[in-house]
Design a protein around this ligand. Structure first.
Ligand code: NAD
Length: 307
């Protein structure tokens, strides 16, 4: 029987540590870390995600500041808001929920967030830092994936890892983090021809394709560790909606460990957002610490260690 990697439990432990860091900041006379959350428009899924993030902030003592803007908000208005938040000392992290309405240039908006406050880790400066292995703010889902893998396989040196999916928000940053951990990484995508063969040789498979139950039992080497990032809403036979991951969960009992969907990567993403916000607050407090506005080396990523 494969072990279930309980993302909810690991996320709870991480939140406790994050809360302890917030308490330390408060005890030292600093203000609570502040996270500005911008939501433009009425997208239902985005509203749910933003609500969850704000609730999670409350639990660890982060001060969340919500900015709800109508769907017809102009790009200029949004950029002006971000400019104000970039300068606001009470704000340590800025999160602009995507997708944005089509008249807004998402890339431009995300690039306008100060790298020091870019708690999503999407700014090119933070992407560059990740790629060159010099720290900076690590995107939340990839960071969560790494912490889940390391909960069962602390040493990835020389392990064969297959990443399915090469998106900028999951596949590519996960691959970079795995390379930094000295794993041998194969990044695959929709045009990869021999995906089952590649997976069958892998010690770890990270599936982030958004293709429900793509990874079959026979693709998986006995004893492999499986991380399922995919989430797809499907209609069950009972007429009720359910969530499916990218891994055929019921077929992989010969794996060493597998993350469930839901309850695996999802909870870690939010906990890593909280962690990033506190880290950003700490960086901004220390005048000598790298602020992300320049290319000076950032602290080692061991600051994120779950242990
Ligand atoms: P994306 O659509 O941007 O990228 C998908 C990638 O998977 C592409 O590189 C594509 O080539 C590859 N791919 C698609 N179908 C494939 C197939 N059949 N075989 C091999 N490769 C295939 O998606 P994304 O934003 O990276 O998200 C991927 C999945 O992860 C989605 O289901 C998304 O909902 C989920 N996700 C979950 C979280 C979380 O917090 N749990 C966060 C982000 C994304």
């Amino acid at each position: 029987m494969a072990d279930i990697i309980d993302g909810r439990a690991i996320a709870r432990q991480l939140d406790e540590k994050t809360k302890a860091q917030v308490d330390e900041l408060l005890a030292a006379g600093h203000p609570a870390p502040g996270l500005a959350v911008i939501l433009v428009g009425e997208d239902g899924a985005s509203q749910v995600y933003v609500r969850r993030k704000i609730k999670a902030c409350e639990k660890v003592g982060i001060n969340s500041i919500e900015h709800r803007l109508p769907a017809d908000t102009s790009q200029e208005h949004l950029l002006a808001l971000i400019d104000t938040l970039n300068k606001d000392k009470r704000v340590h992290g800025i999160l602009c929920q995507v997708p944005l309405p089509p008249h807004i240039d998402t890339r431009l908006v995300l690039r306008s967030i100060s790298p020091a406050k870019d708690v999503d880790g999407f700014h090119p400066v933070n992407v560059g830092r990740l790629t060159t292995g010099v720290g900076g703010i690590v995107p939340c889902t990839p960071l969560g994936v790494m912490l889940l893998i390391e909960s069962v396989l602390p040493d990835l040196k020389g392990k064969d890892v297959v990443v399915i999916g090469k998106s900028n928000i999951v596949g590519k940053p996960v691959a970079n983090l795995l390379l930094d951990a000295e794993a041998t990484v194969t990044v695959t995508h929709i045009y990869t021809e021999n995906l089952p063969d590649l997976c069958r040789k892998a010690d770890v498979v990270v599936a982030a394709a958004g293709a429900p139950e793509l990874v079959k039992g026979w693709w998986v080497k006995p004893g492999a560790v499986l991380i399922d990032v995919g989430i797809t809403r499907v209609m069950g036979e009972d007429g009720k909606e359910k969530l499916l991951g990218d891994i055929a969960f019921d077929e992989v009992q010969h794996a060493r460990a597998v993350t469930p969907v839901p309850g695996g990567v999802g909870p870690m993403t939010i906990s890593c957002l909280l962690l990033n916000t506190v880290q950003a607050a700490k960086n901004l407090l220390e005048p000598e610490a790298p602020r992300g506005d320049d290319y000076a080396d950032a602290p080692d990523r061991s600051m994120y260690s779950a242990s």
